[in-house]
Structure formats: structure tokens, C-alpha cells
Design a protein around this ligand. Sequence first.
Ligand code: NCD
Length: 307
Amino acid sequence: MAPSWQGRDVISIREFSRRDIETVLQEAQRIHPNPDLLRGKVMASLFFEPSTRTQLSFASACERLGGRIIGFSDVESTSQKKGETLADTIRMVERYADVIVMRHPLEGSARLAADVAGVPVINAGDGANQHPTQTLLDLFTIQRCLGRIDGLRIGMVGDLRFGRTVHSLATALTRFEDVSLRLISPPNLRMPESVLRELEGTVNYHEQEKLELEGLDVVYVTRIQRERFPDIEEYEKVKGAYVLTPQIVQEQLREDAIVLHPLPRVDEIHPDVDALPQAKYFEQAGNGVPVRMALLKLVLLGEGGGA
Ligand code: NCD
């Protein structure tokens, strides 16, 4: 039986069937601000790593549904600085809140939090591992712009090794039919073998170094994840490896193709691309609000809850 939504943790997109993904996207399509829906509910927002969009869009989503927010975005101000373990922090926060949204630099930290907490935990990014809510808003954006996910040709560009958004998105695409993936990265930033193995038999993929975008429906550009390089010299060698310019977009992409980026960008998309019809990354960031409203509603009230 499919797990019920109410009380469910959102840790890895691997735990989501196609039906689950579609439930979130449909809910996000329908949901609108309602100050009574989460009245009396408290969301704990624990950001142990920097964030602009994810943190603010979760906060906006909660506020728009009438919930309250506690939390921090500066680990320097917390007792972790005094040596408190993550498990102890979570054991306490679960008594203060109805749902915990957490971003943490360590892979596996979200799972640990979910194992400890009696309230639902939503992973807002754990190290280079997973970023499931970003994937849901990426899929929502693709669906809205192109009307489907099945059958699309999708390119992922940049840091496929350390970028958690592309790991989650690649896994999610295995839930759809006939998707093909072009994985464009420098050789030392290739998609991890573990993710490639998941694609086998479902998603047809091709790895390459050259920035060739012809024939793609979606180009998903990523930032080189400087903070995750064990060796800064290795970063220096690959920084600025790809820069998407208006010329490349106009020469290589159809007008109805779309360019996405989880943001923040550094230099991998030239600002002049923003005005082109293919540029959808700010719209994508905006979609974080309805998608996170849908998720908060589902995990706090269940399917059909408050409808
Ligand atoms: C991404 C992240 O934090 O993984 N940002 C986001 O959540 N929108 C991408 C990144 O930091 O490069």
C-alpha cells in the first residue's frame, strides 16, 4: 500500500512513486493562499547551510497557509556550536514544531533526523546527496512549460558530481516514460556511478564533455559546487567550464525549449540569456512556493485534508 501522506517524511526522491510525484504536482497546481489551512501549526526551519530560495520559499509557503515559523539560518547562533549533536537538537525541536524542514551539509543527516523525530521531516538538501523538494518544483516547472515529462530530451550541464539537485532529478526521471538524458560535464565532475546505475533500463543517457544542446527540450544548468570540493585546486581547474551565452541558446535551442537552473548562478548563465524566451529559471524559483505549500499541506493534513 502507498504510504499515507499525513506524517510522511520527505527525505529522498527515491521514496516517491510516479503517483506520489503526480499527487504533489496536482496539489501544487490547485493550491492557493489560505490563512486558515495551517492555522495553529508550527514549522521549524533549520538551515545549517546557506540558502536563499529554499528557505524563503518554505517560509512564504507556510505563511501563505497561515502557519507559524520558528528556526534559524545561522548555525553560529545555535547550541551545535557548544557541541550538541544533531540528534539531540532534533529531539528538542520535535517538541516545538509540527514539521521540521532541514538543510544540512552532511549526506544522510536528513535521514538521521527523520529516524529521531516523531514529526515529519522534509529534507531541504543534505550535502551533495539529495534535494527532493527542488526536484518536485523542477518537475512542476517542466510540466507547466512543456505540458509533459514523458518523452522529453533533457540535458544536465555542469557539476553533476556534487550537485544534489541533479542527483534527485535524475532519479525522479526514472519514474517517467521514454526520457533521455544528455549528461554534460568535465570528466572529473561526472554523474556518480550510483545514480547512473539507477538510470539503467529506464532512462536512456549519454555522457559528454562538450556543450552541445541541439535537440534538447530542457537544459538544466548547475553551479560548480565550490564548497564541496575537497581540494580547491581541483575547483580552480573546472570553474567557468561552461558559460551559456545568448548566442549558444539562439543557435542551438528551439524557441520552445526551456533553460532551467536551481540558482544561485555564478557565471554559468550569462545575464543576457534572462531576456530570451527559453529562460525559465526565475519562474522555476517562483514555483517553489506552490510546490512547498502543497508539500506542507500533504504532510500536515494528508491527501484531501482541509480541502
Ligand atoms: C541548490 C542547492 O542548494 O543545492 N540551490 C537551491 O536549493 N535552489 C543549488 C546550488 O546551491 O547550486
